[in-house]
Design a protein around this ligand. Structure first.
Ligand code: SF4
Length: 299
């Protein structure tokens, strides 16, 4: 594992994310040892096995402290997504505890946080997350509209353990993620599931989505987000190539359908997304769960 020193660590987004509401992103690691085959960070930079090329941003907390002090002074509060291009609770976190240091720093400066993870290691940091939830200051335009300072979002692309093991080889199984979320909910946290990406013809049917949404609700989810799959590239470690290998192994009969769906762009056509959004809205309404983090989309 490589350790690196960074000059900057907090990324300000040009525009707030419509779904996750984050204004900032923050990544303790470069690369991700969970090795999801569909991951958008895939490519030659990290290679096929991203565990081998993982880098630890050793001085990250110190740099973050400076950057957050500057932003807080200017009242530039906003939700920080931790993380957007890695999982904040990789195995390396047991040794380096960078995410924990980041959360301490975030708490000191009273920024709100969005945790995006697949790991049960988040339970280790519930003490800090509870405090952040209590004291965080939101961006001026969100004050009064959203009161939770910590959002804990668990990523899921399928409920099927065999498919998840093949596609997300370094991640805990979906049932474990649900159980972890339930523990966070029982600890009083605001939690949800982001079914992003759902897998075309595999986990995007009405039946499969119903199962995922029901499972999320049964495990205490406050909200659900559902989004499609993007596949890039033609090199050996690109997501499109790795995903095709997964299809060849597990779902060879679906290859022609995928060819059609990803014929022109790295994502399915607009009609696919529109139909998925309509279906997600209807199912969330029927099952009785919020289809988004903010209250505005309550059924
Ligand atoms: S956990 Fe997230 S960042 Fe890591 S490989 Fe999977 S999709 Fe990519």
């Amino acid at each position: 594992m490589k350790t690196i020193l960074v000059k900057s660590i907090l990324n300000k987004k040009k525009k707030r994310d419509n779904w996750f509401l984050d204004d900032y992103t923050l990544n303790p690691y470069e690369g991700c040892s969970m090795n999801c085959q569909y991951c958008y960070i895939r490519g030659s930079k990290y290679g096929e096995n991203m565990a081998e090329t993982l880098s630890v941003k050793l001085n990250g907390a110190e740099v973050l402290d400076r950057q957050l002090a500057f932003r807080a002074k200017k009242d530039q509060y906003g939700i920080i997504a931790l993380a957007s291009a890695t999982d904040p609770y990789l195995r390396a976190e047991e040794k380096y505890r960078l995410t924990r240091q980041f959360l301490e720093t975030i708490l000191n400066h009273r920024f709100p946080v969005l945790m995006i993870t697949k790991s049960e290691m988040i339970l280790r940091d519930l003490d800090l997350l509870k405090e952040i939830d209590r004291v965080a200051v939101h961006a001026a335009d969100l004050r009064g509209k959203f009161t939770r300072g910590a959002i804990l979002s668990f990523s899921m692309s399928t409920l099927d353990p065999a498919i998840a093991s093949a596609l997300e080889p370094g991640a805990p199984l979906p049932q474990q993620r649900l159980e972890t979320m339930q523990k966070c909910k029982e600890a009083g946290m605001f939690v949800g599931v982001n079914c992003i990406p759902v897998l075309p013809f595999i986990s995007d049917s009405e039946e499969q989505l119903t199962k995922m949404i029901r499972a999320a609700k049964e495990h205490g989810a406050d909200y659900i987000l559902i989004g499609g799959l993007t596949l890039f590239g033609s090199q050996p470690s690109d997501s499109k190539v790795l995903y095709r290998k997964f299809l060849e192994r597990k779902f060879p009969h679906l290859i022609p359908d995928y060819k059609k769906l990803y014929r022109i762009y790295p994502y399915p056509p607009q009609e696919y997304h529109a139909a998925l959004a309509v279906l997600a809205t209807r199912l969330c309404r029927e099952i009785g769960i919020r289809n988004g983090i903010l209250d505005v989309s309550l059924p």
